[in-house]
Design a protein around this ligand. Structure first.
Ligand code: IPM
Ligand code: MG
Length: 371
């Protein structure tokens, strides 16, 4: 067996638990046929952690996450916890993990698989072959800016405040990730903000331009306002290759880009930190879809976003590019063979459960390996 990498698994709530199962099977498969093993621990997160441990993420779990080599995260939340105070809500666990692990770079690829081109609500010619990457800043902006809260102005009037803020170094580091990633893709970056109305937007544009000029002037850079970007993503998505944007715009635009591919059930993500002085880079990998309480526990969920998040983990945390590609290829093959979970079902195709989709991926891995 090669190296023992510490992997923390946080399945979370709803379909999170179900979509992690096939990944565990792939991990077993890798141990058996690839001699790659992980040192795995599993803990509660989200609503279930709140019920059992009094908070959506315990200090111990947070500590384990910081000390692991990578975190695999399912999904959190559900109507059961709608009335829990904000600091203890399931979503707060996610924000804490992002902040404490300093996972400032969130990669959300939106790729249209040939076999799924008809699952999109857009015309086929607009999205065939689409492969874009949304790079979202994940640890600053309005999600974390201070002050925030609700204050009283007088007896009858209150005021709610959120603060959008960015520092020079926060914009610089995400800009550098964008340009570095672009060099491995089409050498093209679209930086998105609202420089026409927001101070942070003007600031973002200026810093991105400076980094571009001083360090990456061989990369093609354009700037775009966020509202225009939302419209352009629907009008002509293939004009984009890599979009870099702030936390809130990234949240919105990545959902938008996700739907170009037909289903949120197909979208993986990686959230990574910079490499620290010991050479370690922290990473958390999660599907973009949520906990989907409406279908939870029914063995109906699409595990492909989770499986492809695992593939991203192999690539970005462990430099296992070959294994990562092997998994992506299996996904492509299984889809080409006509297997579909409910969310991507099409006429004439075989609808399979979460388990069955997982098994089909393993079978395909065996085929590709000649086992
Ligand atoms: C996402 C989600 C989260 C976010 C929620 C669940 C807090 O929408 O990862 O896109 O807003 O960042
Ligand atoms: Mg979102």
């Amino acid at each position: 067996m090669i190296k023992n990498k510490k992997l923390l698994i946080l399945p979370g709530d709803g379909i999170g638990k179900e979509v992690i199962e096939p990944v565990l099977d792939i991990i077993d498969w890798m141990a058996k046929y690839k001699s790659i093993s992980f040192d795995i621990s599993e803990r509660l997160v989200g609503g279930e952690a709140y019920d059992a441990e009094g908070d959506s993420i315990s200090d111990k779990t947070l500590d384990e996450a910081i000390n692991s080599d990578a975190v695999l995260f399912g999904a959190v939340g559900g109507p059961k916890w709608d009335n829990v105070e904000r600091e203890k809500r399931p979503e707060a666990a996610l924000l804490k993990l992002r902040k404490e692990l300093d996972l400032f770079a969130n990669l959300r690829p939106a790729i249209v698989f040939d076999a799924l081109v008809n699952a999109s609500s857009l015309k086929k010619e607009l999205i065939l072959g689409l492969d874009i990457l949304i790079l979202r800043e994940l640890t600053s902006g309005v999600y974390f800016g201070k002050p925030r809260g609700i204050e009283s102005i007088n007896e009858n009037e209150k005021k709610a405040v959120d603060t959008q803020s960015y520092t020079t170094s926060e914009v610089q580091r995400i800009a550098r990730v964008a340009f570095d990633l672009a060099k491995k893709r089409s050498n093209k970056v679209t930086s998105v903000e609202k420089a026409n109305v927001m101070e942070t937007g003007m600031f973002w544009r200026k810093i991105v331009s400076e980094i571009h000029e001083s360090e990456y002037n061989d990369v093609n850079l354009t700037h775009m306002y966020a509202d225009n970007c939302a419209m352009q993503l629907i009008r002509e998505p293939k004009q984009f290759d890599l979009i870099v944007t702030d936390n809130l715009f990234g949240d919105i635009l990545s959902d938008c880009a996700a739907m170009l591919t037909g289903s949120l059930g197909m979208l993986p993500s990686a959230s990574i930190s910079n490499i620290d002085s010991t050479g370690k880079r922290l990473g958390m990998y999660e599907p973009v879809h949520g906990s989907a309480p409406d279908i939870a526990g029914q063995n109906k969920a699409n595990p492909l976003a989770m499986i492809m998040s695992f593939a991203m983990m192999l690539k970005y945390s462990f430099d296992m590019d070959d294994e990562s590609k092997l998994i992506e290829k299996s996904v492509q093959k299984v889809l080409a063979n006509g297997l579909r979970t409910l969310d991507i079902s099409q006429k004439g195709m075989q609808i399979v459960s979460t388990d069955e989709m997982g098994k089909a991926i393993i079978e395909q891995l065996n085929v590709l390996m000649g086992n």
